[in-house]
Ligand binder design. Sequence first.
Ligand SMILES: Cc1cc2nc3c(=O)[nH]c(=O)nc-3n(C[C@H](O)[C@H](O)[C@H](O)COP(=O)(O)OP(=O)(O)OC[C@H]3O[C@@H](n4cnc5c(N)ncnc54)[C@H](O)[C@@H]3O)c2cc1C
Length: 436
Amino acid sequence: MPKKRILILGGGLAGLSTAWHLQKNGVDCRIFEKEKEAGGLCRSKKIGGFTFDCDGHLLHFKHRYTFNLVKGLLGSNLAKHQRSAWIYSSGRFSHYPFQANLYGLPKPVIQDCLLGFIQAYNHSLPEITQRYSFQDWIIQHFGKGIARHFMTPYNTKFWTHPPQKLTCEWLDGFIPAPSLKEVIEGTIEPNKRQFGYNATFWYPKAGGINQLPLALTAQLKHLHTGCPVSKIDLEEKRITLASGGSEKFDILVSTIPLPELPRLLGGLPKKTEALFKKLNWNSIFNLNLGINKNDSAARHWVYYPQKEVSFFRVGFFHNFSTSLVPAGKNSLYVEIAYSKNKPVDKNRIIGHSINDLKKMNIFRENEVILAQDTNDIKYGYPIYDFNYRPAREGIAEFLMQNNIFACGRYGSWRYMSMEDVLLEGRQIAAKIASLS
Ligand SMILES: Cc1cc2nc3c(=O)[nH]c(=O)nc-3n(C[C@H](O)[C@H](O)[C@H](O)COP(=O)(O)OP(=O)(O)OC[C@H]3O[C@@H](n4cnc5c(N)ncnc54)[C@H](O)[C@@H]3O)c2cc1C
């Protein structure tokens, strides 16, 4: 039987993982990546002695398999960190997560949050209806005070949509839910327990997060970079490259963002086209700065729920690894969410962010920017609104019927971490291997 022609579209972590798992099992495949370098969102840039990732990219492991995979790839170039994450609200810093660390906030805020939590705690949970929203979940689990002082403003800013318009399908343990005892303890002193999936994280000792895709690509054959795919012909089973060349396939793995597919596929059935139009997302504008500062705060990142502050989070690369900065210098990343629902002025966003960094005392008048980098991430987070599930499921069914495996954060259109896409690549490779 002739070998099946397997093509992988996109050389981000999902595409690389699929190819790596296929090739490790002796299954041949070819990868076509649009950019000159593979890695997708996990690429890093070196500018003026600073290494900048595309926004913050930290490794969290829920599965022994992925830890071993990454450890095998990076060897001793991997360090474990205890998270130092903070929230700036009511003019003060408190430990993340807000709901478990009310200590230090103004007394009226603590009182409002605690009373709300107790009221929510004493209420039996109402029935979960089809229109059960993320806001309902927030009120039920944390009460109106915590919703008012952090959860609702922060999530509205981050998702660029009010939580009333979102479902809870993405939650899956992302937001820690402390007990009443833990909330009360957290008003007396910062909680000793580190909550949540990201209480610890891993990061390369030397170099940026691109060390991971670099290690994967070093072991791969048939990776074609600088090759945007411009057309997918389902009848002919052929992809066309922007350069003009074309390739036949039997099986296609697409990690290309779903909203891009109608343009590449062309002539979709009306019903399927309508499903694609229902997809919704936010975008992330990321500003990275290298500065002549030697800060001793040792924070990893800080959340900013305020409407009047342009960014929702600022993180500090130099606290992930000193290899990312020249000696005695600092570097940071700023994250701004935007969408059709909440547009930003791209001509003024850098100036606004720098002004807000000054207002927040992160960057002071006497400090100098030594290096600057921006990443405008069009597809940041799929929006889990009430159209999300039917649209995604319908599209996935259509793609499967056409022998296209949708893979990765944007290919399969889910809120996925690096670990999640590495695992999905493994699963899809196993399915394909069973067909080949
Ligand atoms: C702001 C932000 C912060 C994040 N932080 C973290 C974190 O701290 N920890 C964590 O675990 N995860 C984090 N993630 C998630 C993580 O980045 C993703 O899960 C992972 O990188 C997705 O990999 P992917 O291959 O699915 O997608 P991508 O990395 O987007 O790869 C898709 C690839 O397809 C290519 N492509 C697109 N169109 C074409 C075309 N027409 N032809 C050929 N190639 C094409 C692209 O160039 C790209 O290389 C973050 C994500 C964002 C947006």
